[in-house]
Design a protein. Sequence first.
Length: 437
Amino acid sequence: MVKTKDFRPNGNQDNTFLGHKEDGGFLSRGHEWEIFGGGGNDHIAGDRRKDRLDGGDGNDILEGRGGDDRMNGGRGADRMAGGSGSDTYFVDNIGDIVQESNFARDVIRKNGRVIGNKGSRDTVISSLDNYTLTNFVERLKLIGNAVTGRGNNLANVITANPDRNSRLIGGGGDDELIGQNRNDYLDGNSGGDKMRGGRGNDTYVVNSVRDRVIEHRNQGIDTIRATLDTSRRAFVLPNQVENLILARNQIAHGTGNALNNVITGNNFFNRIRGGSGRDTLHGGGSGDELFGNSGADRLFGDSGGDELYGGTSSDVLDGGAGNDHLIGFGGSIFDTDSMTGGKGADTFFLGDASQVYYTTGTTFGKIEDFSRAEGDKIAVKGNPANYVIDRTANIIGQADKLDTRIFFNGDLIGVVADTALSLTTDFVTATQTHRLQ
């Protein structure tokens, strides 16, 4: 049975306590030391077993010298060295120094990158904010007032402060970042990283196809900032993550999941697809393609000449600035889409080269802001002369103005708010075929 010896000096004098002799012999074999310094500048060293060293006040030197040691310098600027073994350090002062070596530690590499560590694993528990792990220390936990923790080139495990919104930044290895109860920010940096946000509204930075984001149901509204190259292969939101931002400054594509997603593009061309939820898609600052798919979606082209495709439910399409194409489809018997072109010469599609939209059930397309002065057009299948328009009702526009209704074979397929239309000047024949994607 291993016994524990407790040593507590009195007073504020400087103390030296060595758990082993300088010639390698031990003062007390078979014991685990608990050594507590006083108010002075202490030099405390354990032995080869599992020691607990506490410097107290003052600028202390703590040496573990083997074994799985726990070292807390206390107040002051302390120097702590664990030696061999899996050691734990408590850091609370900007002057604290943690010294570790690669003793009894092997770095596991694959294709030149660090993917793991063998041997001892050391941990820093830091109440000091913006702490960066020193060389040869693998693990970091944030406590107290610490909110930011940074890794090194090893395969790190960094754990958020359970009581603070934390910012976890990995280093050069394949890291594991663990959020807690608050709204955490997790960025694995280089390497293939595993990130778990936990509860709260978490934000992840994904910059590698090898990164993994793990979320669970009812753990907040989470967001991924995708900075990896998605110009050829779209980034697909993982399960239980709601929002996606395409943050790389180049062509980028993204796809949602079964949740109610918010997906935001950048200032380059984006192809953005919603999933089966009620999604909100933003194209950003260039000409984009947005696909709502199933669910009652909201599509915003923002600036640029965009193509907006609704889906199988009642969608809202808003082109924003630019010459936009708005295609609602009318994919179900209750599908009533709302289409706003915004600034620019926009085209509202009530059909394409192969089919007329909104011919089943009570569906129709609502065109909210048709402007002949801006060059807007309504595209239909075949010859516009095959359609009938009238202005005998107010359905969607202002109460004191009549809307224009558009019929095909007796079916109401579209309503244009507050505007009189001409089949010869405001309608065009669609030349392309659009498909739900």
